[in-house]
Design a protein around this ligand. Sequence first.
Ligand SMILES: Nc1ncnc2c1ncn2[C@@H]1O[C@H](COP(=O)(O)OP(=O)(O)OP(=O)(O)O)[C@@H](O)[C@H]1O
Length: 254
Amino acid sequence: MSDLFRVEGLTKNFGGLAVSREISLAMPAGERLALIGPNGAGKTTFVNLVTGQLQPSAGRVVLNGEDVTGLGAVERVRKGLVRTFQVTRLFSDMTPEEHVTLTVLQRERKATRILSRFRGNAEVAGEVEGLLGTLGLLEVARRKVGEIAYGQQRLLEIAIALALRPKVLLLDEPAAGVPSSDTPRIEQALERLPPELAVLMIEHDMDLVFRFAKRVVVLAAGEIIFKGVPSEVAANSRVREAYLGNYANARSVA
Ligand SMILES: Nc1ncnc2c1ncn2[C@@H]1O[C@H](COP(=O)(O)OP(=O)(O)OP(=O)(O)O)[C@@H](O)[C@H]1O
């Protein structure tokens, strides 16, 4: 019962198609969990069910012992369930500093129309600087988002999510679309996430998954087919068959 977060029997049907089938898993504070699986396995649907973008056909989402299944996405964010998206949703004419400042003000329910008034607010500015620093974005804090590297844009999404003070953070493919030369930057930023935060990451980059995750959950056809530590996952025959075969063979993982 010490789990910070858990889902029980989470099920979603689209018409006759079962996209999530009785998914149950729990995360303690400080968790670093990777959710992997082939395209169409239902990973994004799962995140949508957790964060309230979708309502389940059956099952529960429980945060800090509270059943939040009936709550909408905004209420869940306020309770600490926060996500990033597979594709960036930023304003190209605004700077990282402005994005994060607006998010902090929104969280505090301050009027965001008067952003300029808060620029000089030391408390807000200090928090924003800390968040941008955690994600390695201080050097581009005042550049327009449209002018910074795509990898930095993905990191800014995480900074924005952190500005909402999550307890559970769901990262939907943080390295998707990022050139491989930039993935170390993403990896370093992920290492600096607050230790008490529970993080669930969907990712196809297996090197990143195996370096980041303490535990791995494998989804195939809407169902969990494996839960375990990274060293076990590559050796599991069901997982190799469903997903990892090519990766494991390429790396000679026994
Ligand atoms: N709104 C919807 N209506 C009907 N089917 C849907 C809907 N959303 C998703 N699906 C189907 O559910 C299945 C799971 O999709 P989902 O996007 O969750 O998979 P995924 O594991 O995130 O895939 P990817 O790795 O490609 O992002 C797919 O077959 C998809 O076509």
